[in-house]
Design a protein around this ligand. Sequence first.
Ligand code: HEM
Length: 223
Amino acid sequence: MARTVWDSTVGKKTVMAVSGIVMLLYLVAHMIGNLKIFFGAGEFNHYAHWLRTVGEPFMHYEWTLWIVRVVLVVAVIAHAVSAYQLSRRDIKARPSKYVHKKARASYATRTMRWGGIILALFIVWHLLDLTTGTVHSGGFETGKPYQNVVDTFSTWYGNVIYIVAMLAVGLHIRHGFWSAAQTLGIGSRTRDRALKTTANALALLLTAGFLAVPVGVMTGVVS
Ligand code: HEM
């Protein structure tokens, strides 16, 4: 049963939609959490510490965080694998000998593919930058994310990498949210306008919220 669903195009699209929504919920929470940086180092670092103690004493230190991490890793893999397989199917199904030698995917499809690749690369960079500190520009300190974030946005390349990624996030969500709604059968002639507006608002809000942090550091509001 599960195998039949996974093998079908609609099954893979459903996996993409659901895993996309899981990541979207994470991003909304992450963006809101990031805005705490405007309330100073004490509050931001305290929040980062709380992320590790959520659920105590029922949960042990970092257990909840690890559950979130596992869910996210599963979502990222499911999203990437189904995207790859759907795009292979799409290429195979294309009547390439017909009219053009190489029929090109639509603008939205190409934007989603490139956006996805940029975001995957960004996530690797981001984890090495602010979670492990491996590629961090300053003296990375575990438990001091405020200073780590300020250091990142004090370099020109840090700003370029994050700003490009934030724009990619916005574009990806704008189209992805809409596609997910269609796959899950939420779309209809009467609802499509409202869904497009919601997708645009969500994309704009997330991009603006995330961008506020590098802009805050660049303008000296956060230092
Ligand atoms: C201006 C934008 C962003 C800032 C300032 C930022 C900041 C941070 C910081 C400080 C951490 C480490 C938290 C800690 O260890 O306590 C972190 C973790 C993380 N961020 Fe971001 N982030 C941004 C955008 C994003 C975006 C766009 C994504 C996804 C596409 C993302 C995904 C993650 C993930 C997956 C983690 C790891 C969480 C964990 O397992 O501990 N972040 N971020």
